[in-house]
Design a protein around this ligand. Structure first.
Ligand code: ATP
Ligand code: NMN
Length: 172
């Protein structure tokens, strides 16, 4: 039995994340999904709460043959102790997955195996691009799993993001 760990901000959960999980599922039996910057929400860079992101992920993976656990991980001022912080919040895992250079470096330095995946259709499958389309009434729906469209609708997410992006104080 092997367990993986995949961290992201998932703002929002999009088809690039889904493809990465599809690939990870070939390696491991169980996957811990770390919800990064868990304490942040209602900003342009991090519009959705940890709970809202967990809803997006849980509903998107409902038909997936993989046991997953979502664990919120708050940010720390000190990168040097971040991996210990992650380990203190997560069930044990054998291998971590990320394409984020800082995350890769920190896990490597801590002696934890870290695997990268290819970038899937990165020209558009990027959180920043999805959020920009949400703000500008563009087509964001085709970039995310269908379940995410439903969750964003339920929480009036587009209205929230458009309000936040209009306000000078909440830019990011
Ligand atoms: N299209 C993609 N293909 C493969 N991996 C991806 C893709 N998009 C994001 N990832 C990886 O998933 C992890 C979590 O990503 P994150 O939640 O920051 O999304 P992002 O699309 O990079 O968002 P943002 O633009 O908001 O920073 C990171 O390791 C990131 O490199
Ligand atoms: N010092 C820290 O708190 C620290 C260090 C490295 C990564 N992280 C977090 O890990 C997550 C990485 O996810 P992304 O790959 O989506 O950026 C982010 O939420 C980021 O803030 C936090």
């Amino acid at each position: 039995m092997s367990r993986g760990f995949y961290i992201g901000r998932f703002q929002p959960f999009h088809n690039g994340h889904l493809s990465m999980i599809e690939q990870i599922a070939e390696d491991v039996d169980e996957l811990v999904l770390g919800i990064g910057s868990a304490d942040d929400s209602h900003t342009v860079r991090n519009p959705f709460t940890a709970g809202e992101r967990i809803m997006m992920i849980t509903k998107s993976l409902v038909e997936f043959d993989l046991v997953t656990y979502a664990v919120p991980i708050e940010d720390l001022e000190r990168n040097s102790v971040w991996v210990s912080h992650v380990q203190s919040m997560s069930p044990d895992f054998d291998v971590a997955y990320s394409n984020n250079p800082l995350v890769i470096q920190l896990f490597r330095e801590a002696g934890i195996e870290i695997r990268q995946s290819p970038m899937f259709n990165r020209e558009v499958l990027e959180g920043t691009e999805v959020r920009e389309r949400m703000i500008n009434d563009g087509d964001w729906e085709t970039l995310v799993p269908e379940a995410v469209v439903g969750v964003v609708d339920e929480m009036n997410g587009i209205e929230r993001l458009q309000m936040i992006s209009d306000s000078d104080s909440n830019g990011a």
